[in-house]
Design a protein around this ligand. Sequence first.
Ligand code: ADP
Ligand code: MG
Length: 255
Amino acid sequence: MIEVKNIHKSFGDAHILKGISTTFEKGKTSLVIGQSGSGKTVFLKCLLGLFEPEEGTISYDGKIYSELGSNEKRDLRSEMGMVFQGSALFDSMTILENVMFPLRMFTKQSKSEMQDRADFVLKRVNLEDAHNKMPSEASGGMQKRVAIARAIVNKPKYLFCDEPNSGLDPKTAIVIDNLIHEITEEYNMTTIINTHDMNSVMQIGEKIVFLKDGLKAWEGTKETIFKTDNEVVTDFVYSSELFKKVRQMYIEERN
Ligand SMILES: Nc1ncnc2c1ncn2[C@@H]1O[C@H](COP(=O)(O)OP(=O)(O)O)[C@@H](O)[C@H]1O
Ligand SMILES: [Mg+2]
């Protein structure tokens, strides 16, 4: 479980996160949603320990990050997996080498142990025959699978994904969402996904934190997000014409 208490993050005069508190549970897929520029990536980078908030605390299963020594911070970071926006694979490495990379960084496993583990996670994301391909030879959806395999190869307790389905067609995006959701339950990880995709919200939003202008404007679930009258949320959710129509039909049916 990750507990966030009143975190603030500024860059110079720009106050980006203005006191956010929430919790993310183990075995659940939590989504952080909001418009571009609302602070999702900055928030995720705070959770990853890449930015240290000026105020507030983040604790990971009871360990408060800012109170840890540098070795403990490193250990904690080795328990985090990350899927970056756009996959961020190493172009000059094969898919297998990409997936083995975190094991090289963080473990002292033998080459064959690393290969076995990489094989296992590549199978788990349904990539059986791609080991020796270069990332440039893989489709966008395949690259995301590789990025997910790499993120989970070192058995992380915490998985962070920044807009994992940006640039994918809607069908592939759902496959990727479902894959993240499944492995979160399977490995009992605490998973947090940044997204602005309403499809993801409807599909896998077990917990949703809505950010606006650096504040938590609302939180709930995929079941409650369509029922709230909070205007900030409805503005976002029904910004698409399709959703507006669906909502109107729902209201007419109710009356
Ligand atoms: N390293 C940085 N230095 C200064 N400003 C930043 C930095 N990173 C993000 N910001 C600013 O923080 C705000 C929130 O950005 P971001 O978290 O990337 O939004 P989102 O991911 O929701 O689109 C933006 O106004 C952005 O310009
Ligand atoms: Mg972002």
